[in-house]
Write a protein that binds this ligand. Structure first.
Ligand code: ADP
Ligand code: MG
Length: 707
């Protein structure tokens, strides 16, 4: 807590009632702390004069000192412009005015020394600047340092609150008595151990940097601060849960598990699957609640691990549930599990949004009486009305659609919190695993079942369509099946359906001997199921769909995945889609269809897909290219943290360092329920941690109620 949180912004010199309201409404600035933590998003360097020879393609705005040599008018009418030839003593550049050039240049003279300030651009080797700021060079006035540029809104500008005003307000705040008494937001021992810039100095350098080096140090401090408190928050949450939440002990691996393993399971487990089951077993007898993330690339066999974990629950007389993000996936899990459960004499039920009321009532009763052992379903199964006799285990498939809050809701379904296993096929870069999923232990299946041939991925353009059709045909002819996927066009649902319909018709015409079915998000669950079933049973050879099939669908006989307008998909989505094929023993193909004219980053994405089948590598590439903000899961994670300066894509090292620091700090804090003042040794540090947590993680209050 800086001590400035309570200081109303309206009392800062130059603000007042009206501007205070504006700043609050437009930028969320209420207190002096908010104001000072509103950092520039870039800086203008007026600390030195640049030479034209030093310009670079991506130079920011720079200032150059020199003389105009002459002015020329070029072109006629709307295309007319005025050009000035400018020399810095060594080199020449052009200064261009597209409007009002004559007027501006009439006030300038050749021979006088000027300082011009603007963004250089290069065209065919000639540097130029359009509409720069121009001042007469004054030898009495030295270069003026770095300026912060803040992002303001149109409304602020209209009300005369521009960047210069904001800068002055910040300067005034820094001259206040309150600012001179500012308190640290990091524990003293952390500051000294990591040689961080103290808060007051760091704020000053962020807004009015003396030089690059000081600015870098200040930014580093705030990145550190941000990630450190995030790590503390995550670690405390996990610690709180371990401390407060008792775990059921499931000591028996009994009849069901062993019978399934010896008699029913249709293949040998991979050694990765075995290892993960051992890790899960360990959690289940630890007396602590299991909170485990199971990561494994598409097709690695997570469902099997899930089911065998459910059998352990059954062996200990407890119920288990398996939650999936879509109805299609839930019913598919249900089908798979039903077959096995029947052989074991266990009862499994399916609960989705489209289950009728009467059936629903039956299920509710069966769950309460304990008659139903396993429940498979969608979101529907976290509803209040769904109660179990004794729920021992909850499994969530495809984590990226569920957040912390939803996970927590399952806990309330039982007096003792059930063990929680979260499964995801979206490979998660390490930084995300440490933050978004930072409260979970992690298991990885890093091995595919034997005999899988890697999917061959190729990039093709519309003009190659005949060749692509031949490939599809050759696969259909030997009895295989094919997916053809169209992108969801977010802005225009009609367009999505149109392209899907056209695609459906095209497939029917092109492959008249084969049955084609189709699925999209706007169908009723019954229609969807009917169409999906045609494909799952093999009656239809081609499935034309939108991305509803992205997650989980398992048709091992399918060997071709055609992705239309592949450039419209993100990397992780493409990888998920590709994972739908290559599930059987046959060689499989993923064909990325695209326009020949591709934006550079789209091309990079598609080429990354053709280069590797490794989901983790792609996840890292994805994060580097897009930043983690767009990554699926970050928004829905429920962690609701908002990084202002640090980036999960580029600050991995800082994240590791701050994790270490957070672990170190917490090792001195005897219990998380610890209140300030109870322990003189680290009372001040604990106060800081508590205060910052309350300020930074407002949205997560409900975490503390989970018990
Ligand atoms: P995912 O991890 O993507 O959910 P699934 O659990 O759907 O993968 O498994 C993909 C396919 O691999 C399924 O057809 C499943 O029966 C099969 N499978 C799972 N484990 C093994 C194994 N150890 N050996 C052979 N096939 C396996
Ligand atoms: Mg799966």
């Amino acid at each position: 807590m800086t001590g400035l949180e309570k200081f109303d912004i309206k009392f800062v010199k130059g603000v007042g009632e009206v501007r205070a309201k504006l700043l609050a409404a437009e930028l969320g600035i209420h207190s002096m702390r908010d104001l000072l933590y509103t950092f520039p998003f870039r800086y203008i360097d007026r600390s030195r004069y640049f030479k034209i020879a030093d310009f670079e393609a991506d130079s920011p705005n720079v200032q150059v000192k020199g003389r105009f040599i002459r002015f020329d008018k070029e072109g006629e009418g709307v295309k007319s412009r005025v050009k000035g030839l400018f020399s810095d003593g060594d080199r020449l550049m052009e200064v261009v005015w597209f409007s009002r050039g004559a007027k501006i240049t009439s006030g300038l003279s050749t021979g006088k020394e000027y300082v011009i300030f603007g963004k250089p651009s290069n065209f065919k080797g000639v540097w130029s600047m359009a509409h720069p700021e121009i001042e007469i060079f004054d030898p009495q006035k030295p270069p003026q340092g770095h300026y912060g540029v803040y992002s303001l809104t149109e409304i602020l500008r209209k009300k005369n609150l521009n960047i210069r005003t904001l800068r002055n307000i910040i300067r005034n705040a820094m001259l206040s008595r309150e600012f001179s008494q500012i308190k640290e937001t990091l524990p003293a021992e952390v500051i000294s151990a990591h040689k961080l810039m103290p808060i007051g100095e760091a704020l000053r350098q962020m807004h009015f940097p003396e030089n690059h080096d000081m600015l870098r140090k200040a930014r580093e401090r705030f990145k550190f601060e941000e990630l450190y408190h995030l790590n503390i928050h995550i670690l405390r949450f996990a610690r709180y849960r371990n401390h407060k939440v008792k775990g059921r002990v499931l000591p028996r691996v009994g009849e069901m598990f062993n019978r399934f393993y010896k008699e029913i399971i249709p293949f040998d487990l991979t050694s990765a699957q075995k290892r993960v089951i051992r890790e899960i077993r360990k959690d289940m007898i630890s007396g602590r609640q299991m909170n485990r993330l199971l990561q494994g690339d598409v097709g690695c066999g997570k469902t099997m691990v899930a089911f065998m974990t459910m059998l352990i629950a059954a062996d200990n007389g407890l119920q288990a549930c398996l939650m999936a993000p879509t109805e299609i996936l839930a019913s598919q899990h249900y089908e798979t599990l039903s077959e096995w459960c029947e052989k074991l004499g266990l009862k499994v039920a399916l609960l989705t949004g489209s289950v009728r009321t009467s059936r629903r009532r039956e299920i509710h009763e069966g769950l309460l009486s304990g008659d139903i052992n396993f429940l498979v379903g969608t979101h529907a199964l976290i509803e209040e009305s769904v109660q179990f006799r004794e729920l021992g285990l909850a499994i969530i498939d495809e984590q990226h659609r569920f957040g912390v809050a939803q996970r927590a809701r399952i806990w309330n379904k039982s007096d003792i919190a059930p063990h929680v296993l979260v499964m995801t096929a979206t490979p998660i870069p390490r930084t995300l695993a440490m933050t978004v999923y930072g409260d979970l232990d992690i298991s990885v299946i890093d091995e595919l079942p034997p005999g899988r041939k890697p999917v061959q991925t190729i990039l093709r353009y519309d003009e190659n369509r005949h060749e692509v059709n031949r490939l599809i045909y050759s696969q259909l002819a030997v009895g295989r099946q094919a997916y053809i996927v169209y992108p969801l066009i977010k802005e225009n649902e009609k367009l999505t359906l149109k392209s899907l319909e056209e695609g459906y018709r095209y497939a029917c015409e092109t492959f008249p001997k084969f049955k084609v079915c189709y699925v999209h998000g706007k169908m009723t669950p019954a229609e969807k199921e009917y169409q999906m079933n045609l494909f799952v049973t093999g009656e239809a050879s081609i499935l034309v769909s939108t991305t509803v099939i992205e997650v989980g669908v398992n048709v091992p006989n399918a060997s071709v995945m055609v992705i239309e307008n592949a450039e419209r998909f993100g990397l992780s989505q493409l990888h998920q889609l590709r994972g739908r094929v290559g599930r059987g023993a046959a060689k499989s193909y993923c064909i990325l269809m695209s326009h020949i004219k591709l934006a550079a980053d789209s091309r990079k994405r598609l080429e990354a897909m053709t280069a590797t089948n490794d989901g983790f590598l792609l996840a890292e590439t994805d994060m580097q290219m897009r930043g983690p903000g767009d990554m699926e899961g970050t928004q829905q994670s429920g962690l609701a943290f908002n990084l202002r300066l640090a980036s999960l894509a580029t600050d991995a090292e800082m994240l590791e360092i701050t994790r270490e620091a957070a672990v170190q700090t917490l090792s001195h804090v005897p219990s998380i329920a610890h209140l300030p003042g109870e322990d003189t040794y680290c009372a001040e540090s604990i106060r800081i941690l508590n205060d910052e947590a309350a300020l930074r993680f407002r949205n997560d209050r409900d975490w503390s109620q989970i018990s």
